[in-house]
Design a protein around this ligand. Structure first.
Ligand code: DQA
Length: 152
């Protein structure tokens, strides 16, 4: 049974009240609940974590390495400049999928850059909470043989 760590970055605890026209109306707790249902259906174990602090996210990535087979991460605004989170993901070597609720490419120019994406197996953006669902499905698919990190 695959074990997947979900990591939500800064300000995602405000979902539901934060710019609902951009991020939707679901709260983070509701998103996590839906993801737990998806995980149960897919037969994988899930842990979820949210922090507004860069170092805590770095620690969560390190800790995931002792438990998880892969990560689904929405690094929030840290996406655009956190070399520390990027280095943590690269350092532990866990396959990671970067997800964003909004279509970051259709927003302000500073959101077009991700310093995290180059150390991830892929990126899913713009589908609201479903970006997480699709990210989880993509990661599970990536983990399954014959993929397991290979192009096939
Ligand atoms: C976000 C996009 C980021 O640019 C922003 O800073 C967020 C949320 C998203 O999920 O769309 O906090 O990661």
């Amino acid at each position: 049974m695959w074990r997947i760590q979900i990591i939500h970055g800064p300000n995602l605890n405000l979902l539901g009240q934060r710019a609902p026209e951009v991020y939707g109306r679901l709260t983070l707790a509701e998103i996590d609940e839906r993801l737990r249902a998806c995980a149960a259906e897919a037969g994988v174990k899930l842990r979820t974590f949210q922090s507004n602090h860069e170092g805590d996210i770095v620690d969560a990535v390190h800790q995931a390495a002792g438990w998880a087979d892969g990560l689904v991460i929405n690094p929030g605004a840290y996406t655009h400049y956190s070399y520390a989170i990027r280095d943590a993901i690269a350092g532990v070597g866990l396959p990671a999928v970067e997800v964003h609720l909004s279509n970051v490419q259709a927003r302000e120019p500073f959101r077009h850059t991700s310093v995290i994406a180059p150390v991830c197996v892929g990126q899913i953006v713009g589908f609201g909470w479903q970006s997480y669902r699709l990210g989880l499905a993509a990661l599970i698919d990536w983990l399954e043989p014959p993929h397991s990190g290979n192009e096939s």
